[in-house]
Design a protein around this ligand. Structure first.
Ligand code: HEC
Ligand code: HEC
Ligand code: HEC
Length: 451
């Protein structure tokens, strides 16, 4: 049934093009969300007591609702973030308790229908950009708490973001009913999620709340997550969410639980990896705010995920490279350069990167700028994340720590690099400190701009 398949495909791309910095899951709004330590079991009787509200706030943080429901510079939860798709933008809605513009008129049952089943109060279907297939795994008690918190503690905002209008056939929300029949959803958790044992709590956090698989699990032709390749890696809007299974050759099997915890809490695990782009945002707004026991549970769960190997990666990504001095171009610039392209890699590195990452790639002494060898982004065979980082930089706050690297793309504050300059740079950096020259072309870099 090729036609059906085809139209599903077109239709569903809407549901999977996940926001990256280019398309905008970039949050500027500062909210006083969830200090850590709020995972306590519900005490007291009424559904809207303080313990319930605290639980709701923590669930909202762990589920990272703010990531998509706040536009750049916009008011918290007022919606308006555009998630770019080939057919147009899916725009997140206002989920503040304003009765006209937000979800103030939603009953708890209607809220549950939207969050766990993808159906709006008017009965129409939501696009699966809203990760209800993951949230379907939430317990009843946690949905109740989430509803109470949105109702009583989120400030109403009387603004309506522009409506989503996708082109045909994705405009037919009703077709999502068919997709929903095929899509694999989480099964609702039972009982009190705060009393789960460590591994079960970790699974609940990873699958029902944090939705790690939304980005890290590849998708089939229906754009449903491939559950037999759970967390084996997948592309999203220019970035590549790497294989984080326990495979030693292709995943993070050589990371300890402590490495995973420090990565999720701070956004960096020295000599392994850093979190930029969508992962930087997930760390900033969600994982860095989890309690220590929850981080330990999450790491224990991730650590035991069955190993999945990868056709392209055969050696741990963080095991490549060593300090190599870039040629000293300051003293050795030839008086006449006939072929600039032969010089550009080391030149561009020395001029734009060496000040922070060192001429030999070993980073700053305090590791604020990381070393470029023993670094997942350079040791992978996929140059995607390096290209994205060079274009967009890094801008991540976790607790009191800020990690900032300038971008070198079109709106750079420091230096704009052309497509061919970035291609030469990426080939030089990966060839010198990583898995080898990936032969990136200027055309390839061009395709990453505005992703
Ligand atoms: C990955 C992005 C993303 C995340 C994370 C996300 N949402 Fe959404 N949500 C959306 C988008 C986009 C829409 C609008 C979809 C559409 O128009 O079909 C939406 C729609 C909704 C709606 C329907 C509102 C209406 O009447 O239109 C509700 C309610 C909602 N989200 C609640 C939540 C809650 C609660 C959370 C956290 C538990 C959350 N969302 C997390 C993207 C997201
Ligand atoms: C919004 C999409 C998204 C979500 C949700 C997400 N990740 Fe990621 N993750 C990424 C991307 C993209 C990268 C690559 C970041 C980079 O290289 O700067 C990444 C990188 C990582 C890495 C580093 C791996 C390596 O070898 O470089 C780990 C570990 C990780 N994520 C774990 C998790 C866990 C655990 C969760 C759930 C709690 C999660 N991620 C949720 C997108 C996501
Ligand atoms: C002003 C200092 C500075 C400059 C200039 C700079 N970087 Fe960075 N770089 C950083 C910092 C800080 C980080 C973030 C570390 C973290 O995430 O904790 C970073 C991160 C990275 C990462 C890891 C990204 C990830 O997703 O894991 C790579 C790769 C990288 N830089 C390469 C480069 C290249 C190539 C250049 C030159 C085009 C460059 N940097 C220029 C400071 C800098």
């Amino acid at each position: 049934m090729p036609d059906l398949k085809n139209s599903f495909y077109t239709l569903l791309v809407a549901g999977t093009v996940f926001a990256g910095p280019g398309t905008g899951v970039v949050l500027a709004a500062d909210t006083d969300l969830a200090p850590a330590g709020r995972g306590a079991a519900i005490e007291g009787s009424g559904p809207d007591d303080e313990a319930t509200l605290a639980r709701g706030e923590y669930i909202a943080t762990a589920a990272d609702c703010i990531a998509c429901h706040t536009s750049k510079g916009g008011k918290p939860f007022a919606g308006g973030l555009k998630v770019g798709t080939p057919m147009g933008d899916v725009i997140s809605t206002n989920i503040t308790p304003d009765p006209e513009h937000g979800i103030g008129k939603y009953t708890e049952q209607q809220f549950d229908q939207a969050v766990r089943h993808g159906v709006r109060d008017d009965g129409s279907y939501l696009y699966p950009v809203m990760p209800y297939v993951s949230y379907a795994g939430m317990t009843d008690q946690d949905v109740t708490a989430l509803y109470a918190w949105f109702r009583h503690r989120v400030k109403p905002v009387a603004e309506s973001p522009p409506a989503t209008s996708l082109s045909f056939p994705a405009s037919m929300r009703s077709s999502m009913a068919v997709w929903n029949m095929f899509a694999t959803k989480e099964t609702p958790g039972q009982g009190d999620s705060a009393t789960y044992n460590k591994l079960k709590r970790g699974e609940y956090l990873a699958n029902a709340l944090e939705h790690c698989g939304t980005c890290h699990t590849p998708r089939n032709f229906m754009l449903d997550e491939k559950h037999d390749r759970y967390l084996a890696g997948g592309p999203l809007s220019g970035w590549y969410a790497p294989n984080i299974t326990s495979s030693v050759s292709s995943g993070i099997g050589n990371w300890s639980e402590a490495d995973i915890i420090v990565y999720l809490k701070t956004g960096r695990a020295q000599n392994h990896a850093q979190a930029a782009g969508p992962m930087g945002e997930a760390v900033e707004h969600s994982t860095s705010r989890l309690t220590d026991p929850d981080l330990e549970a999450l790491a224990a769960w991730i650590k035991q995920v069955p190993a999945m190997d990868d056709d392209l990666e055969h050696k741990p990504r963080d095991s490549f490279g060593q300090a190599v001095n870039a040629p000293d171009i300051r003293t050795k610039v030839p008086s006449r350069i006939d072929d600039l392209s032969e010089m550009t890699g080391p030149h561009i590195f020395d001029a734009n990167c060496a000040a922070c990452h060192g001429r030999n790639g070993s980073g700053t002494d305090d590791h604020y700028a990381p070393s470029l060898f023993a670094n997942s982004v350079i040791g992978t065979t996929r140059p995607d994340n390096l290209i994205m980082v060079v274009l967009n930089g890094v801008n991540r706050t976790a607790g009191k720590d800020h990690a900032g690297m300038p971008g070198f793309g079109a709106d750079s504050q420091v230096q704009r690099l052309s497509d061919s300059e970035i291609a030469s740079l990426v080939n030089y950096v990966m060839g010198t400190f990583g898995s080898g020259d990936p032969h990136v072309t200027a055309e390839k870099v061009a395709s990453f701009r505005n992703k």
